[in-house]
Design a protein around this ligand. Structure first.
Ligand code: PLP
Length: 392
């Protein structure tokens, strides 16, 4: 993913120098770039260093990069990069084994974002309604708007959980017009999960022929026994589409790989709307990523550790945080975050965009320990400036 916005050389040097100066890390931006890269892989440095040196806490990525097993599989597959044709990497088969589903229930895509888009095109293009929580992952809502479909947005509860009874009511009231119901679990941007009982309540509470898209992009970071994946509903034959991605736990966001698991009838309807372009390299990387359960466990562990540490430090400094089961969290800065985001960027820290109506909440992705330190330092500096001076 490209930098959230252009980063000028001057802005970069200033931002990093400020961060380095404040936390007393001393020497050069080059040294910082090496430290913040974090993964330990021998990735070459190059003209992208300006971007590399930012603490990237804006897009809920995996800051450690893909594990060595995946890098090796991708490197081996490089020999196919000049080919349109290449052997089957076995990714669909690996997914069937991994999830206990049939091949006809698997739909691959260039990122789960493509799955979300395909779902919209398939089920909303006749002017049908999308029902979902607000705020939630926005790509569906903008896609629905592009398709000239209306969205029934159901506000979150005061504790930022999704309001399942209200989602059921909104779906039932509009039954004949609803094309798809969207449930992001855990939700982006809040990080809050929907329990397995609530998922069942939703599915049992709405007409069974309405497709429900359950977006499990952050599934791998959940550690709460009240949560469960919704894949068993697909196996049961319910009209459920589960979206998964290799972008988060497997560190492959830039390689674009995701998939849906859904009953055959839904897969057949969705398939024609995909681009069908997934590169050869990531097909091999995906197989290795699924097999490398140790790497997944490690990423989950360090992410939860860093998330807990950062949230605790924030609470100790008097900020309220929203409980999170994902690789990001929200902190209430008690003033509009929109102007603050630019201030963070000047200090070399990229943070999430505003998510109305949670205008005072900042979404922070969980980065490496160094990145989280830089965030805390930047936060102190940003919050020390007077609101009027900042807002301009
Ligand atoms: N779903 C959610 C909830 C997300 O937050 C994201 C990306 O941040 C995606 C889907 C899309 O991920 P990708 O297209 O990289 O698989």
């Amino acid at each position: 993913m490209a930098a959230r916005r252009g980063v000028s050389r001057r802005g970069f040097v200033g931002g990093v120098a400020t961060a380095l100066g404040t936390i007393g890390l001393g020497p050069t931006a080059e040294a910082w770039a090496r430290r913040s890269r974090g993964s330990g892989y021998p990735f070459e440095t190059g003209p992208e260093d300006e971007y590399d040196a930012m603490a990237k806490l804006a897009n809920n990525e995996n800051p450690y990069g893909p594990p060595e097993s995946v890098v090796k599989a991708i490197t081996r597959a490089m020999k196919y990069s000049n080919r349109y044709g290449y052997p089957d990497s076995g990714l669909t088969e690996e997914l069937t084994k991994h999830h206990g589903v049939k091949a006809e229930q698997v739909l691959l895509a260039a990122g789960s974002g493509e799955i979300l888009n395909m779902t919209c095109t398939t089920f909303l293009r006749d002017g049908k309604l999308l029902v979902g929580s607000d705020p939630s992952y926005n790509i569906l809502y903008s896609r629905a708007t592009n398709l000239k479909s209306d969205v029934v947005r159901v506000p979150l509860l005061p504790d930022f959980r999704q309001d399942i009874p209200a989602l059921i009511r909104a779906t039932r009231q509009n039954y004949r017009d609803v094309g798809v119901v969207y449930l992001c679990n855990p939700n982006n941007p809040t990080g809050r999960l929907v329990t397995k009982d609530e998922v069942r309540q939703l599915l049992d509470g709405i007409p069974e022929d309405i497709p429900v898209l359950i977006d499990e992009a952050y599934h791998h970071f959940v550690d709460d026994p009240s949560y469960a994946t919704s894949v068993p509903y697909v196996i049961e034959g319910r009209q459920v589409i589960v979206a998964r991605t290799f972008s988060k736990i497997s560190g492959l966001a830039g390689m674009r790989l995701g998939y849906a698991l859904a009953p055959r009838n839904l897969v057949q309807r969705m398939r024609p709307w995909g681009t069908g372009t997934i590169n050869a390299l990531v097909r091999y990387g995906g197989v290795a990523a699924l097999r490398d359960t140790d790497a997944q466990a490690w990423v989950k562990k360090v992410t939860i550790e860093q998330r807990g540490k950062a949230m605790q430090a924030l609470r100790a400094s008097g900020y309220e945080t929203i409980p999170s089961d994902a690789n990001f969290f929200m902190v209430n800065l008690r003033r509009p975050v929109a102007p603050l985001i630019d201030e963070f960027e000047k200090k070399g820290v990229l943070v999430g965009r505003p998510f109305p109506p949670l205008n005072d909440h900042l979404r922070v992705s969980v980065g490496t320990p160094d990145e989280m330190d830089r965030f805390m330092v930047a936060l102190k500096a940003v919050m020390a400036t007077r609101p009027s001076a900042r807002a301009g």
